[in-house]
Write a protein that binds this ligand. Sequence first.
Ligand code: SF4
Length: 221
Amino acid sequence: MKKMAENRAEKILQILRKNFTMPKWVTSDREPFETLIVTIISQNTANRNTAKAFGNLSKQFKITPEALANAETSQIEECLKVAGLYRNKAKVIKQISKIILEKFHGNLTPILSLPFEQARTTLLRLPGVGPKTADVVLLFCAEKPTIPVDTHVNRVAKRLSLAPANGDYEAVRESLQSLYNPKDYLRLHVLLILLGRKYCRARNPLCKQCPVNMLCPSKQL
Ligand code: SF4
């Protein structure tokens, strides 16, 4: 039974690989601290507004724990206005920068060098860092074996029956991880997002054109 599910999951991945090109941002060599900040900004915020807010912040400050810990919260707020919940995010960014500066000597690398579970627990103790933010930093900056579950990954994985329909964050992550080889986690995460944006939209999914419709139990043709 497990083998059949794995074979089906593998076929889905192969089809997605043929149909989508990995975007450039996947291979960008962004510093772990920058990735952390951009992921905090992206919470409940559209990509375009995340990029604008991060651009504003980068113009105003060096994206380092030192610069942001010493910035006025109101100045950070001003940069983040285009993003949702910007007041709270500005507060969190300043707090997190202070903690990383004071407790971790301004460097996330020692945390990312810890064994996976320990690194994840340490990140999750930081203010404003939930499982998705921690998993993004761990996967993209340290190649740790985890699959971040954002809104697209959650919806698409469930529609494709790669995760339980009523599963929470951890259930979806564990289900996907049990079906795929860790070497494919990053690729899968990105490809499910691309599928979700282009075809498997929250409303009115484009099932007729969807490249994996023959393997999808939720297709509406
Ligand atoms: S067939 Fe439809 S529901 Fe299934 S993955 Fe494609 S777009 Fe989503």
